[in-house]
Ligand binder design. Sequence first.
Ligand SMILES: [Zn+2]
Length: 418
Amino acid sequence: MAMLAPDHPVVLKAWDRLHSLGAISDDAGRLTRSFLSPASRRAAEQILAWMEETGLSTAHDALGNLRGRHEGRGSRPPLLIGSHYDTVVDAGKFDGPLGIISGMAAIELLASQGRSPEESVDILAFADEEGVRFHATYLGSRACIGELDEALLGTRDARGITVAEAIAHEGWHEGASEIVYPPGSASAYLELHIEQGRVLENASLALGVVPSICGQVRGRIELRGQAEHAGTTPMPLRRDALAGAAECVLAIEGIAKLHDPLVATVGKLDVWPGAGNSVPGECHFTLDVRHPSDGQLEDALKAIERACREIAGSRRLEIVFEILQRGAAVQADDAWVATLAAAVAEVTGSPAPRIPSGAGHDAVVMSAVAPMAMIFLRCRAGLSHHPDESITREDLALGIETLAKVIDRWCNSPYNHS
Ligand SMILES: [Zn+2]
């Protein structure tokens, strides 16, 4: 059971750091830190200062990715623990920074117990995960695996500035070094992140482990009927695109409900002509479908497409069913998931639930170069990307203790289990 009290100095310090980082913002009165912004730079300097206080040797690259390295005496490739420090607009304090600050705290805790890690551990703080500025996610971690290709570097922000230009003119070049992990150069990548959902809270559990990060498909559906007079067109003669869309939305919801843990969402609907006295002639709507298994995601997508086409057919509507974006599911490393789950169970005294992540994380990118696994920490009401995002100091203590246990165990296991 947990040994680390929520008022232990290491926990109090981590708690304070999370709150002071949460006050570093580009906007007055709300938290917003986007890629290469002035607040982003101030936050980076602050995190580096804390890494130094923790006894880590620090480095940053031109994008503002940060590394604090605990140099171990051992010969294994470093264990990576990280997350991101950029935020969405009007964000909460914990999405991202939790993983960075608690990683540092775990090293500090071990050092204070005379168990400073034998092997090297790198604490990573990525400069861009949310993709607010360029609508291209994971710029930070992608740079750290050497994956910033021409297409990505040519992506433009709202002012027409490309990623390459932003790095060249706004980047942090003074004292910069490369932070790149080729495949096999790290023992594993671990990330502690708020759950951003309500599974843990509903189960009254503080921590869970992530067996996989869901694959995602984004699509767009267009239904075309006939716009005409709402007063003079009898019901049997109508080709109402919005009524068809409504039936599609319910069919999509029904398919998702039958295939747990599938989630499917229609989040935006545009109606033409959009007048109160016209039968809707056209309706376009978005589709977002996620599942931890790519195969089952494809099956569900086929079922959704079939249902929408049938509904369109029965209502004499034309249909365009378009897939705009596909992201494959990523599986966490089984051995590391088991290690994390055992540590969670020991620290919390409860079994660790397996929660597939419906949201993307830096771990998706880092899984290309090292075995990956994640821990989720309960957040109040599942709320995130919102200023009311909240965790407790008690849960933070459990998270730090779990990370410390995992690092300690990895250093002292006779094998490198990746
Ligand atoms: Zn995040």
